[in-house]
Ligand binder design. Sequence first.
Ligand code: BMA
Length: 857
Amino acid sequence: MHQRIIALFMTLSLLGAAMPAARAEAPVQQLHEGWSFRQARLTNWYPATVPGVVHTDLMANGIIEDPYFRLNERGLQWIDKEDWIYRTMFDLTPEVAACDHTRLCFEGLDTYADVYLNGERILEADNMFRRWAVEVEELLLDKGNELLIYFHSPIKVALPLYDSLPYHYEAWNDQAANGGLIDKKLSPFTRKAGYHYGWDWGPRLVTSGIWRPVELRGWNDLRIEDVFHYQKQVDRKSAEVETRVEIEAAEPMKEVRVAVYDGERKLGETRTALHKGLNTVTVPFTIRNPKLWWCLGMGEQHLYTFRTEVTRGRKTLAEDETRVGLRSVVVEKERDAYGRSLRFVLNGEPVFCKGANYIPCDCFLPRVTHEVYERTVGDAAAVNMNMLRIWGGGIYEDDYFYELCDRMGILVWQDFMYACAVYPARGELLENMRQEAIDNVKRLRNHPSVVYWCGNNENQDSWLTGWIYDVQKVDPKYADIIWAEYEEQYYHMLDQVVAQYAPGTGYQPTSPFSDYGKVSNDHEGDRHYWEVWHAKKPIAEYNRQRSRFFSEYGFQSFPCFESVKRYAPCSGDWSITSEVMMAHQRGGDHANNLIRSYLLSEYHEPRDFACFLYASQILQGDAIKTAIEAHRRDKGYCWGSLYWQHNDCWPVASWSSRDWYGTWKAQHYFARQAFDDLLVSPVVKDGKLELYVVSDRLQPAEGELTLRVVGLRGGSTERLSRKVLIPANASTKLFTLTLDELLDGTAPEQCVVRAELRTGKRLYTNNCFLVQQKQMDYPEAKVTRRVKPADGGYEVTLQSDCFVRGLYLSVEGELLHFSDNFFDLLPGEPRTVSVRTMLPQEEFESRLGTLSLADTY
Ligand code: BMA
């Protein structure tokens, strides 16, 4: 033992490491206990949960019912017109009481919040997205402190602002009328999540509350305000880092030492004097042969833990630990023969970005647990995504969300929180927006996953094309004001904040974006392609449309029947036009009719409600699969495919590929194959079948490619079988066959074309249909199933005599996740899937149901 300590001491001395100094004391006291709340104009206090919001507190006290259930949302529109008071009493912990200085820190207040400590007003917060901190040691008592927060109704604050203007700021999705505000769309005036006011997939539930942690932080001689590990240059040989430490000192200090460590290895140190107040100290260092951080599919997600210490003599005064991934990211926007590219290059390698748009996981944000985040980000990784776009109508996400993206290799395209609207942006409001941007850029800039910032979602196109409102009808002098504010906000202010606080990080003013002052197009920058869906173009149109980067496109479906039963359990609600189903379809008739008409043009009419829900998912899955494959085949021209949308914030019919309960729709399963590192993609064009292989691997691969024509009633003919060389990080057209050659007399409605690519241990497959689904002659299949207990659940093996399209497994009364689902069964080829459940086998088997496309009509 003794020897080991000496040996450790010697190793440390040899490495030149300082002897472990006494740990810095920075006591933190969370103030999450003992809260109660009341409606400001009434007198009853009720217990409250902090972090939390009014709606969930009212629910917990039995005053309102679950807003997500049936039509309940409608009766809850009074809540946002009221003021609310939250209060708690607390004693200081001895550790905090012993500190010279104490800061009261709010990670998030939603939104207009006057904060009183022991009767003294210490803060007037007015931005949900900002962090607030107040020095409070002068006001604190050792025992019996009262913290009281008065939340002003965001509606009552914004209404006079709206009314005072001779013109208005439009917000496309703001459901003012549902909130009893006729046409007064107030959301642009308040720095609060846009989707709270309603969206075309979201209810109108305008919250108030202490939505993120609140705590006291004690400190003595000095404290670290912020640490930024600025990666100046990174490649395989070396990483040049400059750690910038913001330190607040209580008094001037002659000399402190600021050092950065990786474990016990000291990376760099700076000795400096500090003046009283805020200082910035930089510590430059170089790491030789760094382990790089890669996104999913391109390499490891190596994370260093950098420890930053501020010491005086032998005493550590403050320290910080941050997980850092070393990587270089260049977002190329280069003029070329076609227009201008938008391409992410990670550690020198171009990345085809595969993923989706992400919205908040709930309307009531504090109840989004770590487990929900793990599932949400995990489900992106599970289907081979490497990018999520955090869309601008939601929130700058929780730290944990980005930690998961760092760990799982999901790149983050981060919008600033502005969407589908124009915002007043001048004077104090503009300054508020600037502070919000600084807060969040600083908070997120150490995450290797956060690679891009974007000013807003669709505000530019909506203004320039006039779809948000008729610009012609706006008095030109007001239109000039609005546009000048737009330019100031997105072309200057936000751009400058990113350049100053996250130097080297890419930024674009809006999405989609081709150029300043121009409507977006298909050959420069990113594109939101919505003509399939909103403009009713046929799904096959996805095969013709191009973009340098598709940052949005999407197709709606309904949640599965078991999910629907949770928010609409009465059988009287079970039609897509029932009042309850319509309340959970925020695209209204327009969206419902689109699903219906696309469905009827491609598929047989489903015979009942449950079949309709299922068929809507196959339809959505097929549509998005078509789009993803088209985008990937166009790799070289196109470098990104992010569909709309990854998740839901409540149970609803929407464009999501996973519903609010986390259940995967058909699309999510289809995306796993379509986003895989190798894609074998057959496509019919001008009477020919073209066969592409798309690789996102950084090395070329060898494989065996086969193409079979499989009869729906059994029997298959091999048309092609070849060894192929698959070029790295590219799309390659390998073969073209005429349909006559391919079919050789087989009727197209009687067969499916099966492409298979075998490389190493992996088999990549794809099924291609030559006619519409409603023209296919699916026979009545006999599907047998075998259930076997396995690791926390069961393995189910399915086999059929005939081809089965989109076989779907579900268990009545449960929302279970099957390892695979909605898959095609080839005649005679068994398929085994697994599922975790505590249900006893007999029960599981009796409740296990299957449905396929041929069963729906
Ligand atoms: C996009 C988004 C969202 C919207 C979606 C579906 O353009 O940016 O605003 O929910 O379309 O309409």
